[in-house]
Write a protein that binds this ligand. Structure first.
Ligand code: 5GP
Ligand code: ZN
Length: 128
């Protein structure tokens, strides 16, 4: 059961979350796709000619680590939409990478689950 203090904490997190602010329209973001579950925006500091972030509208998962079985449908939708957005941005044929950074050592800087879609250049492997 979620108690009142937990709801308050979630509200505070949302208020200070840059992605929630963009989704609410309080901070500008270049939206390339949206639906009832998620919004896709261009990354403000692109690491490739195409760099899009797929962001769930709800701030209930800080990272993949928080996902439960209840989130399987949302996670599938994010991956499916990554391919759709890659197609829309014209990088499907040339190649693209789908990335989720999880926690500090992997470079996660915004604690609101999001999927990176990168393409438009050669992407080295292994990643740095
Ligand atoms: P992470 O490092 O958490 O995996 O990815 C966060 C991404 O969000 C980074 O690539 C960063 O450039 C992007 N980002 C951070 N703040 C903003 C913002 O205000 N607007 C946009 N469009 N992207 C942002
Ligand atoms: Zn958020």
């Amino acid at each position: 059961m979620i108690i009142a203090s937990q709801i308050k904490n979630m509200e505070n997190m949302e208020q200070s979350c840059i992605f929630c602010s963009i989704i609410a329209g309080d901070v500008p973001g270049e939206v390339v796709y949206h639906d009832d579950q998620m919004v896709a925006i261009k990354d403000a500091n692109p690491q490739a000619p195409v760099h899009v972030l797929l962001i769930p509208r709800e701030h209930n998962l800080e990272s993949l680590n928080d996902a439960s079985k209840l989130d399987v449908s949302l996670l599938g939708h994010l991956l499916y939409t990554a391919a759709k957005v890659a197609n829309q941005m014209d990088i499907a044929e040339s190649g693209y990478r789908v990335v989720i950074n999880n926690a500090e050592a992997a470079g996660q800087s915004v604690p609101h689950l999001h999927v990176h879609v990168l393409g438009g250049r050669h992407l080295a492997w292994p990643p740095g």
